[in-house]
Structure formats: structure tokens, C-alpha cells
Design a protein around this ligand. Structure first.
Ligand SMILES: [Zn+2]
Length: 103
């Protein structure tokens, strides 16, 4: 028997360690485009945030994404990501509930 390790990642806003699937990944592609990556498979430098818009707002306020992505993220990009984040939050939470129902 092999113990299965749950991969943990740190939310860049509240600094909490969480299982990877509880977090939403933000990725900066090699071409410099910052986007939300629900699949976790996009290439580029990633940063993780709890699936809560509160945490996104905190990251925006503290510019946590700038540091995590090692690149300045413009205010307009934060605004755009915030809208996307709100849109995917429901989908993300619904996905987690579906998983819970399976158990
Ligand atoms: Zn967080």
C-alpha cells in the first residue's frame, strides 16, 4: 500500500496551504497573458488562490499576483480577472459540490 499524498499549494492572498483542487490557478503564459486556468494544465508561471472572490480582492489590493507571477499585473488585468473569477467561482463551487455528492 502506498499512501497518497494530497498536493498542497499556498493561496497567494491569504497564505493558507490548501489541497490543489480547492484552489483556482492563475497562470501567466510565456507570451505574458494572464488568465484563469481551471484545468490546471496551462503552461506558464502559476499562482494559486482560494476559490473565493474575497481572496481575489485581497490579492488585488496587496498585488499578490504581481509577486507570485514575478511580473507586474496591470489594474485593468486585475479588473478583468476579477470579473472572470466571479464567473468561474460558481462553476468551481458547483464542481466541488458534485464531487462531494459522489462520496
Ligand atoms: Zn486565500
Amino acid at each position: 500500500m502506498r499512501t497518497r499524498k494530497i498536493p498542497l499549494r499556498k493561496c497567494v492572498a491569504c497564505q493558507e496551504m490548501m489541497p490543489k483542487k480547492e484552489l483556482i490557478r492563475i497562470v501567466r503564459s510565456p507570451s505574458g497573458e494572464v488568465s484563469i486556468d481551471l484545468t490546471g494544465k496551462k503552461s506558464g508561471r502559476g499562482a494559486y488562490l482560494c476559490g473565493k472572490v474575497d481572496c481575489f480582492r485581497l490579492a488585488k489590493k496587496t498585488k499578490a499576483l504581481d509577486r507570485a507571477l514575478k511580473h507586474p499585473v496591470g489594474a485593468d488585468i486585475y479588473d478583468q480577472l476579477e470579473r472572470e473569477f466571479i464567473a468561474v467561482e460558481d462553476e468551481f463551487l458547483a464542481g466541488k459540490e458534485r464531487e462531494a455528492d459522489d462520496e
